[in-house]
Design a protein around this ligand. Structure first.
Ligand code: GDP
Length: 424
């Protein structure tokens, strides 16, 4: 049985916590896209962790954690994250890395920073993890596949060819230090030695596991609105954030993904630039940011303050639809307990007309939020474990959102801890 867990919004919906929870019941947990550019925050008996590249299943001994072919594999980062969790008392996790995953190179990180520097005020607000240069190279067919690390002749020829090409840009466009092919080859040898114990034919492994009836969890990063096709292009990430891409980024048949749990946040937050119709500012935003998440809404990777907003039913319904959600997990609901009334964005006004359908970016730029206001519940709902015990206005808020989404909300998260969840 394959399940996917993905985000409906701008990311940071609290997927890490839900994944960690579901991971407990899974045999295999797979990362299928992205790289170390986003982060999950996980709180468990070992402590509090911000995972960037490792799948959330690394805390369990009964799970195999897989880095699929769709991931941007930063090898020293992988090593560091493994060392980090082990040094905090977590038993050494079982990890497999796809032989078809491509390697995020040191120059991808450099190019990411150089390009943001060159763009100055027009920068994308990249996390500078090298993700955009990495995927550009992958599709330009000048990337390094993990399997190539074990083919010395290819490697030797390729470092010269790549250095030649990259050095033209480094010298003439960015005026930065050049790549030395011998040094690059040495780096790749180090990478080979680090990654060797984990390398496997992941697609074959997963297909066999499906046949054996194993429970597999595909773990998405970011959310629908950061998808390069369906998100707020160009302020998006460089690999697909959709559950469908899980089939490609892991190497399994798409019809095997039976359950798509889509995480929706009870209010909105976003890191980096881009369209955000229900964004709020000033004191109102500061208060929500301060109370949000677990100790405030600040980026797990960058520490940047997140942009804040009210729940956006237009964006979230679209987010859920593009994921193909079979069920929804609504998170951080406890945070809203301080409000007398809660605005919910139920439509976008564009050129004098109200729409409930999420439009393309050029239209989105003109959209103004249309709000409906719901009464607050003015109560701390943490610690409640049964749906019926929630305050009436809180249930009404959940049911209002469910109606707007058109997909059943099966889980409500009312605290950052792993077991702070209400099943419906
Ligand atoms: P992800 O990228 O989707 O995994 O999101 P994050 O890991 O950045 O999660 C956002 C933050 O919200 C983290 O600090 C979580 O610990 C916290 N969090 C998750 N679920 C809840 C919840 O239901 N209530 C509260 N208060 N915090 C939560």
């Amino acid at each position: 049985m394959v399940r996917a867990i993905v985000g409906a919004n701008w990311g940071d919906e609290g997927k890490g916590k839900i994944t960690d929870m579901l991971g407990e019941k899974s045999d295999i947990i797979v990362r299928f896209q992205g790289g170390s550019n986003a982060g999950h925050t996980i709180i468990n008996e070992y402590g509090k962790f911000a995972l960037h590249l490792l799948p959330s299943g690394v805390f369990y001994q009964h799970t195999t954690c897989v880095i699929g072919n769709g991931v941007a594999l930063n090898i020293p980062y992988l090593q560091r994250e493994i060392d980090d969790i082990v040094s905090q008392g977590v038993p050494k996790p079982h990890i497999l890395v796809s032989d078809r995953a491509q390697i995020l190179m040191p120059y991808h990180i450099d190019f990411d920073a150089y390009e943001e520097e060159r763009l100055g005020g027009k920068a994308f607000g990249s996390t500078k993890s090298g993700i955009a240069p990495f995927y550009s190279d992958k599709y330009a067919k000048i990337g390094f596949q993990v399997s190539e690390l074990f083919d010395e002749d290819t490697l030797k020829e390729k470092v010269v060819r790549i250095a030649e090409q990259k050095n033209i840009l480094l010298e003439h466009m960015y005026h930065k230090p050049l790549i030395d092919p011998d040094e690059l080859l040495e780096t790749l040898h180090e990478y080979r030695d680090i990654v060797k114990p984990y390398v496997a034919d992941v697609s074959l492994f997963l297909n066999n596991a499906i046949k054996e009836g194993k429970t597999i969890l595909l773990e998405g990063q970011l959310g629908t609105l950061k998808d390069p096709d369906f998100g707020i292009y160009p302020m998006v990430t460089s690999s697909s954030t959709l559950a469908s891409y899980g089939a490609i980024g892991a190497g399994i048949p798409c019809y095997e993904i039976k359950d798509i749990i889509t995480v929706v946040k009870a209010y909105s937050s976003a890191v980096g630039g881009g369209e955000f119709v229900s964004e709020i500012f000033g004191k109102e935003a500061d208060e929500l940011r301060r109370r949000g998440g677990d100790g405030g809404e600040f980026g797990a990777t960058t520490g940047r303050p997140r942009r804040m907003g009210w729940f956006d039913a237009v964006a979230s319904r679209y987010g859920v639809r593009m994921q193909g959600a079979t069920e929804v997990a609504l998170t951080v609901l406890d945070v809203l307990g301080y409000l007398d009334e809660i605005p919910v964005c139920v439509g976008y006004e564009i050129d004098g007309e109200v729409t409930k359908d999420f439009p393309v970016t050029s239209q989105l730029k003109k959209a103004k939020p249309v709000y409906e206001t719901l009464p607050g519940w003015k109560e701390d709902i943490r610690g409640i474990t049964e749906y019926d015990k929630l305050p009436e206005n809180c249930r009404k808020y959940i049911e209002f959102i469910e109606k707007e989404l058109g997909v059943p909300i099966t889980m409500v998260s009312n605290g950052p801890g792993r077991h702070e969840i209400i099943y419906r």
